[in-house]
Ligand binder design. Structure first.
Ligand SMILES: NC(=O)c1ccc[n+]([C@@H]2O[C@H](COP(=O)([O-])OP(=O)(O)OC[C@H]3O[C@@H](n4cnc5c(N)ncnc54)[C@H](OP(=O)(O)O)[C@@H]3O)[C@@H](O)[C@H]2O)c1
Length: 281
């Protein structure tokens, strides 16, 4: 990140741990700054996240009240998320879990292909990530519908859907949003893809559905990260676990957003991709 910022911008850059003069720091780029760091920087004019989600930054107890906050929106990032989600959607469409289980038992059994006309995906969150996923699914001829704050009740949107993709920011309003009622609305044999933040899918309610063999899940984010080694999700036959790797920001993309936002703030304009503190994302 430091290299990318130095390569593309005119500003000196210090890494945490290096010796710096606090009065010189006007922009802090951080995922989860250590407590006390922000209050120790008297001349901050921009706070910038290292990725799309800034929940850890917003939750910092010493978050200054009047400093604008920017986040990363970049093609590199949304493409990674598209690839992550498509991998699981296509695996489910093509009965990947079933055939992987059969391969382990050397069983040659052909199942009818899923009916693509009845295969509907609902994407929770229609922002930078969700919007890109919706476009990619549409381009593959897969029926996909977005859900956001302007949409109706979630259970109505999910009714009979074969896949729910959670790409929401972590806010009080999105906590536990995919609970028993929403999960029950999904079709039998549906897939839940969690790639927003931990806490949005009610893990206990999901586990009941996985245990019953009614749903399967591709989980990238969890209530507790790292997922503890003894957690049932690691070994569950209907769960696929990845360690929060769906979309990692490329340093060049972060540098682009940071440098453009610094230039804008210097002109008394908002950052390139401003965070709305009241909304929480
Ligand atoms: N797993 C990973 O590796 C990874 C990588 C990147 C991002 N993420 C996560 O993905 C999240 C989304 O990123 P993004 O860039 O797409 O965010 P974004 O552009 O801010 O979009 C957020 C979307 O969520 C919707 N939303 C927010 N609160 C809602 C609520 N209470 N009910 C219904 N919809 C709600 C918004 O609805 P409106 O349109 O109505 O505002 C918007 O469509 C990030 O915050 C981050 O947590 C995870």
């Amino acid at each position: 990140m430091k290299d990318a910022l130095l390569r593309t911008g005119p500003h000196p850059v210090w890494l945490l741990g290096e010796e710096y003069d606090a009065a010189h720091i006007t922009c802090l780029v951080a995922y989860k700054p250590p407590a006390g760091l922000m209050v120790s920087l008297p001349n901050l004019s921009l706070l910038h996240g290292t990725g799309a989600g800034v929940d850890a930054l917003l939750a910092a107890p010493d978050l200054p009240a009047d400093v604008p906050i920017g986040r990363v929106i970049a093609l590199e990032l949304s493409r990674m998320m598209v690839h992550h989600v498509l991998a699981s959607v296509l695996r489910h469409l093509r009965r990947g879990e079933t055939y992987a289980a059969q391969q382990r038992e050397a069983r040659w059994v052909r199942h009818p292909p899923r009916d693509i006309a009845a295969f509907r995906v609902v994407v929770l969150g229609t922002g930078a990530m969700g919007g890109a996923v919706l476009a990619a699914l549409g381009a593959l001829g897969i029926s996909a519908q977005g859900w956001n704050r302007a949409a109706g009740p979630l259970a109505d949107a999910l009714h009979g859907a074969m896949v729910a993709v959670v790409l929401l920011p972590a806010t009080p309003a999105t906590r536990g949003v995919l609970g028993t009622t929403a999960l029950t609305a999904l079709a039998d044999d549906a897939l839940v893809i969690a790639a927003g933040r931990g806490g949005q899918v009610d893990e206990a309610a999901l586990l009941r559905e996985l245990d019953a063999g009614r749903l399967s899940a591709a989980l990238d984010v969890f209530d507790a990260e790292p997922l503890p080694p003894d957690h049932i999700f690691w070994r569950h036959p209907h769960a696929q676990v990845t360690p929060h790797i769906a979309a990692a920001p490329h340093p060049d993309a972060v540098a682009r957003c940071v440098l453009e936002s610094m230039a804008r703030v210097a002109r008394d304009e908002p950052p390139l991709h401003p965070v709305d503190r009241a909304r929480g994302y």
